[in-house]
Design a binder for this molecule. Structure first.
Ligand SMILES: *Cc1c(COP(=O)(O)O)cnc(C)c1O
Length: 366
């Protein structure tokens, strides 16, 4: 357990860290071009591939999750390429903006907030398009607590196109199964501060053979995020640039413990705590924002009663109970609150957060 009096941080990343991980993050620096780092990188790369169930290449990049999303784009897309962007929330919008920033010819397919992508609409849209270079979307939309049906989506995309599949799995990977090879995903992007029980600073990407073929002809400008740099240096057991060592130290331990625990057990644990959170919200008489069928296993989005001051609610919860909940983003500001449950989570953490929400709602509506 974490130290006394620390806030119960229940936002969808950064996740709170247990004391032993905090201590590890404070370790002395090492030579990132020395043998110690090479050993660590080798073990971490193997374990990352195990978690992603892939034989593809996998890289650690010093950046936040958005850097991994940009990595997916700049290495595969050229200006003018057609991109289909499936959007179910703010992170989907961000992915589309990155593709546009690099000159992608982006078509957007939007779904209502709280909904997952509709497979028939995706199929129909792809049937009406030619030469789509890439389909990009969020796996787990942290802003709405919705998980897209990833396997089924990939299947539809493969049936209707030869497009690359680039997935923002920043808030799902490590907590939810992603079978990269079996489902035919070309690039997966994630980041250390989500389910990986680490501080922010390191993002991770997988990169398929098909993505490498696209890389060979991609004319997007790139340097720091060019996967070729990461691949060339991986061969000599080094990072191309100075990495965020504290996050690498904790990630090494997190990856090893996930593999030791068994990834299916890690995923089952996330499912259980998510179900516990959803049941707890229901017991308070509150509704989920998402269609329960697509409710996320890493973050739960809960509707606030109509007319309640959502900002005041969050600050009362924080002030009176030392619990930090996530708010709504953009058009959902004040309408929902979010409870993060990725990484290291105990039922007590969730019960305490829901109790704080319950008491605060009582006080505000009486
Ligand atoms: C956290 C998150 C990101 C990345 O955010 P950064 O602040 O760049 O790390 C991207 N997509 C989703 C779905 C996320 O939850």
């Amino acid at each position: 357990m974490s130290s006394q009096n620390q806030p119960n941080l229940r936002i969808p990343g950064p996740v709170p860290l247990p004391d032993d991980v905090l201590e590890l993050a404070g370790s002395q620096m090492i030579n990132h071009r020395g043998p110690e780092y090479a050993d660590m990188l080798d073990r971490m790369t193997k374990n990352l591939k195990t978690v992603f169930m892939t034989k593809n290449d996998a890289y650690f990049i010093t950046s936040s999750g958005t850097g991994a999303m940009e990595t997916a784009i700049v290495n595969t897309i050229s200006p003018g390429d057609k991109v289909l962007s499936i959007i179910i929330g703010v992170f989907g919008e961000r992915f589309a903006e990155i593709a546009e920033a690099y000159g992608g010819d982006v078509t957007t397919l939007n779904f209502d907030l709280g909904q997952a992508a509709d497979l028939d609409k995706v199929r129909e849209t792809l049937k009406g398009m030619n030469d789509v270079k890439a389909v990009i979307f969020t796996h787990n939309e942290s802003s709405t607590g919705v998980s897209n049906p990833l396997e089924e989506l990939c299947q539809v995309i493969h049936e209707e196109s030869d497009a690359l599949i680039l997935v923002d799995a920043v808030s799902s990977a490590g907590g939810v199964p992603i079978a990269v090879d079996a489902w035919g995903i070309d690039v997966v992007a994630t980041a250390s501060q989500k389910s990986w029980i680490s501080p922010p600073g390191i993002s991770m990407v997988t990169f398929s053979d098909k993505a490498w073929k696209a890389h060979a002809t991609s004319t997007s400008p790139k340097y720091y995020l060019d996967v070729q740099q990461y691949e060339d240096y991986l061969k000599i057991g080094q990072p191309p640039f100075t990495p965020c060592l504290p996050a690498m130290f904790t990630l090494e331990v997190a990856l090893q413990s996930m593999v030791d625990e068994g990834i299916e057990n890690v995923f089952a644990r996330h499912h259980e705590i998510a179900q516990h959170t959803r049941d707890g919200a229901k017991a308070l008489g509150l509704d989920l924002l998402p269609d329960p069928q697509y409710a996320s296993n890493t973050v739960t989005a809960i509707r606030l009663p109509e007319g309640l001051d959502g900002k005041a609610f969050l600050s009362e919860v924080n002030k009176n109970y030392n619990v930090v909940l996530g708010g709504g983003q953009k058009s959902l500001v004040g309408k929902i609150f979010r409870v993060g449950h990725m990484g290291w989570v105990e039922t007590d953490h969730i019960d305490e957060a829901l109790k704080a929400a319950e008491e605060t709602l009582k006080a505000m509506t009486s």
